[in-house]
Design a protein around this ligand. Structure first.
Ligand SMILES: Cc1cc2nc3c(=O)[nH]c(=O)nc-3n(C[C@H](O)[C@H](O)[C@H](O)COP(=O)(O)OP(=O)(O)OC[C@H]3O[C@@H](n4cnc5c(N)ncnc54)[C@H](O)[C@@H]3O)c2cc1C
Ligand code: SF4
Length: 540
């Protein structure tokens, strides 16, 4: 690592990877500090032992790529690793509808302004509607979802997903990408590189062709203004062999970009201001406007009148717009890795399964004692045990909506804490559940609400944390301006989900990408990009 770079980028998720790549392409010296590891495709866990020993992040025990945090009224799941959330995410890229970009968004940000940047990001991530790989049909989960939404009077469509469906090709860093196999394990990382994760495109391009330097297992702890200008970034270099052990170090950046995610960037800036006294001028709005993006997870239709087989195919494939006059609402099909469905299968009580099990045991015993005169095959009984299963006819949903974005993040015992209430967002969640109930009616099943949403927990799980360093028009109501630059701290930028000041009502990564493309473009060219701009950075 050199002593100084023009740009030090903290975090390698969507905001960090894209801004770093564009700056490196323009010849700037760029260094990326990422707390997580690099993940080769073969390293992603599959067995129960591997999942329990490798998947989750725990500083004292293991450096996994998924982090689950529980707060008082909301849980957050997020990513850690070279590629950030792209390693485990569900690949969906949707543009935020124009009606969302109102106050408190700065007036400079509007859909027509963002569209050229959205185009760039769509191209960079190669996001497109699912085209089934050769020999595979559209997944049954997708058709079940599309049919139910159509019957409910909606106009569902296949969403853009960053999934390669063939033929084999080489990514920007020379990685071999094969077609999606429909294994359904997107959450656990892709074994064939079919997911167009950031380490295969933006990061690979920045590193292998434009000299950006990526430092995994480098967790930034705080930053101080440097005497010669710019900032000194202090980090811990984590020891991969001994979790919890590290060496400390410092690197100087003329400019620094915080891209540690909604929780990570907010936590770091709160530490800089409140613990280290290093950036005392940071706005009082720091920590405000936290949103779970109206995520409503873990709910679905049980006992649908058709096969759904939810674990088959890329984890999200289709969406339907259920917006109302008051809220933007998106409902999507949601697949999860099969082991989770097997687990659920065992948990769900079912009289039929008990009858099938007794029947299987009886037939098997008779066969074993030589008392049966019929066929010795018990496959029909084994089939009944599985096919009678309740998860085969289970369609899980992801609901997303414009919640009130009124959560507050702060430090508690030196770590990030979220104060969140759903009081002002209750009407939204009622509308989301009504949409799911209507889908259920069309599928002839029974609606099951989220386990977390039931009494006495009454809490939510979000995969889309936003806010904490909101962008806005003035330092008293926001942390960064419309370009992502921190008020009062020239050369210090925030470029990730933390700057988004409202819920989006759709999956957020596309908008994080577009804002990152825009920040990099404005830094480099000091003006807005236009469609067909000759300055448009190249993706190859
Ligand atoms: C299961 C799941 C599925 C999802 N599916 C979708 C989807 O289909 N579509 C969609 O739009 N969104 C999806 N999301 C959400 C999406 O992953 C996030 O919105 C997105 O990754 C946020 O991007 P970001 O740039 O803000 O930060 P991230 O992608 O979270 O990247 C932040 C990076 O910073 C690193 N970091 C944090 N702290 C430090 C530190 N102190 N020092 C150094 N590095 C640090 C982290 O390790 C991480 O790699 C999903 C999320 C989950 C959990
Ligand atoms: S379903 Fe997901 S994890 Fe499995 S091959 Fe396709 S993209 Fe990869």
């Amino acid at each position: 690592m050199k002593k100084t770079y023009e740009f030090v980028v903290i975090g390698s998720g969507f905001g960090g990877a894209i801004s770093a790549c564009r700056l490196a392409q323009a010849g700037r010296s760029v260094c990326i500090l990422e707390r997580g590891k690099r993940w080769d495709k073969g390293a992603f866990p599959r067995t129960t032992g591997q999942v329990s020993g490798k998947a989750f992040w725990d500083e004292q025990k293991q450096y996994g790529f998924l982090e689950y945090k529980a707060f008082r009224r909301i849980d957050v799941i997020q990513g850690c690793g070279v590629g950030g959330g792209s390693l485990h995410y569900f690949n969906v890229h949707i543009r935020t509808p124009e009606r969302v970009f109102q106050e408190p968004w700065p007036s400079e940000i509007a859909r027509p302004v963002l569209d050229p940047y959205y185009d760039l990001a769509k191209d960079g991530l190669d996001a497109r509607p699912l085209e089934p790989p050769v020999g595979l049909p559209i997944p049954s989960r997708t058709t079940a979802f599309m049919d139910a939404a159509t019957a409910a009077g909606k106009n569902p469509s296949l969403v853009d997903i960053a999934v390669h469906t063939g033929p084999d090709r080489s990514g920007s860093g020379g990685h071999l990408q094969s077609a999606c196999t429909y294994c359904g394990n997107c959450l656990l990382g892709c074994h064939v590189h079919a997911k167009n994760t950031l380490d295969l495109n933006y990061l690979a391009l920045a590193e292998s062709q434009h000299g950006a330097e990526i430092y995994p297992l480098h967790a930034v702890t705080y930053l101080t203004p440097a005497k010669q200008g710019g900032y000194d970034v202090h980090f811990q270099h984590l020891d991969p062999e001994c979790p919890g052990q590290f060496e400390i170090g410092t690197v100087h950046g003329t400019h620094v970009i915080f891209s540690a995610g909604a929780l990570g960037s907010t936590e770091l800036l709160l530490k800089c201001r409140d613990e280290k006294g290093a950036l005392p001028g940071l706005s009082n709005a720091l920590g405000s406007r936290f949103s779970g993006n109206g995520d409503f997870l873990l709910a679905g239709t049980l006992g649908a009148n058709r096969d759904v087989d939810p674990g088959w195919g890329p984890s999200i494939t289709a969406s339907a717009d259920w917006s109302s006059p008051d809220h933007v609402i998106t409902i999507e099909d949601l697949g999860l890795p099969d082991p989770l469905f097997w687990y659920l299968e065992g948990l769900l009580p079912s009289g039929q399964r008990l009858r099938d099990l007794l029947r299987f045991s009886w037939v098997y015993l008779l066969q074993t004692l030589g008392r049966s005169w019929g066929s010795t095959r018990v496959s029909r009984e084994i089939d009944a045990l599985i096919m009678g299963g309740r998860t085969t006819h289970f369609l899980p949903y992801l609901g997303i909506g414009t919640d009130a974005a009124d959560g507050q993040m702060q430090l508690r015992n030196g770590a990030i804490d979220i104060q969140w209430q759903h009081r002002r967002s209750k009407a939204l969640f009622r509308e989301i559940e009504n949409a799911m109930r209507e889908m259920t009616r069309q599928l002839g099943g029974r609606y099951a609400t989220s386990l977390l949403w039931r009494w006495p927990l009454r809490k939510l799980l979000t995969a889309h944390p936003l806010g904490g360093c909101p962008m806005g028009t003035r330092p008293d109501n926001s942390v960064v301006d419309h370009r992502g630059e921190v008020w009062g701290h020239p050369g210090l930028y925030v470029c990730d989900g933390s700057t988004i000041p409202t819920a989006l009502g759709v999956n957020p990564s596309m908008t994080i990408c577009a804002l990152a493309e825009r920040t990099a473009f404005l830094i480099l060219h000091k003006r807005e990009m236009r469609a067909s701009d000759p300055q448009t950075p190249q993706n190859t």
